[in-house]
Design a protein around this ligand. Structure first.
Ligand code: ZN
Length: 130
């Protein structure tokens, strides 16, 4: 059984291309100088339409998390941690925290992006506690 795969669209293709190269990419608005996630046609701050894709640090801070003890399917190994990560560049993204055996997960923990290959098309960004 496979993990649930995200649907890649023309809008999100640069994001997934970055992930497959081990790079976290966000949209950047040159007008108001803000990053945004998830990908949108317009800047969510100022509605500017000419957005750029930029590589970011992949560093962030756990804003909140939950420990999932009953997986949604057999493709997922429970328990696992789903977290809201505030990226250093500003946007908040939901992701998994991996390799937590010897590191307690806490709100405020600093994390860094890592990547898991889920299929030929999809490399999923996840985070490790620093
Ligand atoms: Zn903007």
């Amino acid at each position: 059984m496979d993990k649930i795969q995200p649907i890649v669209t023309a809008l999100s293709q640069p994001y997934w291309d970055g992930c497959s190269k081990g790079l976290l990419r966000l949209q950047y608005c040159p007008e108001c100088r803000r990053h945004q996630f998830y990908p949108r046609i317009l800047c969510s701050s100022c509605a500017h339409s000419d957005l750029e894709w930029v590589d970011v640090t992949g560093k962030g801070t756990i804003a909140s998390f939950t420990i999932v003890s009953r997986a949604v399917s057999k493709a997922y190994q429970s328990p696992y941690v789903i977290a809201l990560v505030d990226l250093d560049e500003g946007p908040r993204m939901m992701s998994s925290i991996v390799d937590i055996a010897d590191k307690p997960v806490k709100i405020g923990s600093k994390v860094s992006v890592a990547f898991e290959q889920w299929s030929e098309e999809i490399t999923m960004p996840v985070f490790r506690i620093l």
